[in-house]
Design a binder for this molecule. Structure first.
Ligand code: EPZ
Length: 430
């Protein structure tokens, strides 16, 4: 029963360094399959999703050498199977990138249906639309996806929905296709741009990533490359809300402030102080903050992946706030847990109405998904008394050294494995 135990009340103060972006890493790793050579990837977050991805790639025949905790070299010269391990690929969402990459590399792939955080229905019709437009056949059945293409040919793809995954998958499948591909209504998230930059660094010809229209001129082959992944926008945002919810003062280093604008704007609006530097932001709050309304939207709107962390902050603010979740229909599953800590939140479909309370009290809660798990830890660190957060495997998926980084900022938090360790922590912290 691995869980975090924490005693809240300490303002989080000090410096924290943000790791590489998870959602870029889980696309860049499979993108390396397109090279038929070697590439070195730096600033990789050391998180469980990355480790599972490495296992999948090794199962396909890639050779991976970790040069340090956050850098690896991957050799994809001997990709000798087109069957990706079903048990691993069905563990998480981003395994769908194997399809785009392997269609480009081998013209064929069999993977498990992608799993991942249960945030709603999460269909993959736009991914399939992209593959089929490029000339692939896609069959789904018995928990598997089988995609095959004799020859991929450039095409015009209009995305009915702005989808990060479908945009990246279309890019992966199109970079080695014959001719030109256009992706209209493309997602503009920073990690979409990062994947395009990675592909370009190995010789792809992608223009327009970060805008609504991405144009890709197919090339015949790629060369070896070295690449450094961008900092994680959501990890940075999580620490920004941690600073505010605990009335602390954190210098968040290794960030791209531009990627954090939607989050910074909302925090400033409710009364927090946010100071931007070239590659850092300093976030602090000395008083109780005010309420606001938020609607999650694709980038550059307010990110759905920051919605639970922001809800924790607003649940402690003065007045009534409204959060509308427009991306995933099932992203309020943390509300019952937060209610156990004293939050007053009413959920009606995709809307949460939050009546701010003066403070939380510690409780035993469980993480329903990755970002909600991080949000509950922040709630615990700002609550009176002890809180335990279980099901923290979700948090490992996306946050490198979360507990250590929080401890470094003065948070009383520890990973415990049994009741005896819980009792020991309580005795030690008092
Ligand atoms: C990515 O998921 C991220 N995951 C998510 O991060 C993030 O919440 C999400 O983008 C939105 O920013 C990865 O990058 C691995 P979408 P993805 O396709 O690609 C609908 C986290 O916590 N849709 O942009 O799955 C879909 O249901 C995770 O780090 C279709 O209808 O999201 C949703 O409503 C959780 N058909 C909307 O589009 C499709 O074919 C946006 O989803 C694809 C998506």
């Amino acid at each position: 029963m691995e869980q975090y135990i924490m005693k809240g009340g300490n303002p989080l103060v000090g410096d924290v360094t943000i790791s590489g972006a998870k959602n870029a890493a889980v696309a860049i790793l499979p993108a390396a399959l397109l090279i038929n050579g070697t590439c070195t990837i730096n600033n990789l977050p050391n998180i469980s999703d990355v480790k599972i991805y490495c296992e999948i790639l090794e199962n396909l025949g890639a050779k991976i050498h970790w040069n340090s905790t956050n850098e690896l070299t991957i050799d994809t010269r001997n990709i000798d199977t087109t069957e990706a391990p079903i048990d691993l690929t069905s563990k998480f969402r981003a395994s769908y990138y194997i399809i785009g990459a392997m269609l480009g590399r081998k013209g064929e792939i069999e993977v498990g249906m992608p799993g991942g955080c249960k945030l709603g229905a999460r269909p993959i019709d736009q991914h399939i639309k992209g593959f089929e437009a490029l000339g692939a056949n896609v069959d789904i059945g018995q928990g598997k996806i089988i995609a095959k293409a004799k020859k991929l040919k450039g095409a015009s793809i209009y995305m009915d929905i702005t989808s990060v995954g479908a945009t990246i998958n279309a890019m992966l499948a199109a970079v080695l296709a014959e001719g030109t591909t256009t992706i209209d209504n493309a997602a503009k998230e920073p990690h979409v741009v990062d994947v395009a930059n990675f592909l370009n660094s190995m010789g792809a010809k992608i223009r327009g990533a970060g805008t609504d229209v991405i144009r890709i001129k197919g090339v015949e082959k790629f060369g070896d490359c070295q690449y450094s992944i961008i900092p994680d926008q959501i990890e940075a945002g999580t620490f920004m809300t941690a600073a505010v919810a605990t009335k602390g003062d954190i210098m968040i280093k290794n960030v791209i402030p531009k990627h954090l604008e939607a989050i910074s704007a909302k925090l400033i609006e409710i009364g927090a102080e946010v100071v931007e530097f070239d590659d850092a932001v300093r976030v602090s709050a000395t008083k109780r903050l005010e309420s606001t309304n938020i609607k999650t939207l694709p980038y550059p709107g307010f990110p759905t992946d920051m919605q639970p962390q922001m809800a924790v902050t607003l649940a402690l603010s003065n007045g009534t706030s409204v959060i509308s979740e427009s991306i995933f229909e099932n992203r309020f599953r943390y509300v019952d847990e937060l209610t156990k800590m004293g939050a007053t939140i009413q959920v009606d479909g995709r809307t949460a109405i939050i009546s701010g309370v003066e403070g939380f009290t510690g409780a035993d809660v469980h993480a329903p998904d990755l970002r909600a798990g991080a949000a509950l830890v922040i709630a615990g660190l700002s609550a009176k008394g002890f809180t335990t957060v279980s099901d923290i495997g979700y948090i490992y998926r996306g946050y490198e050294q979360f507990e250590q980084k929080l401890k470094q900022l003065g948070g009383e938090i520890q990973l415990v494995n049994n009741e005896k360790e819980v009792a020991k922590f309580k005795l030690k912290i008092g």
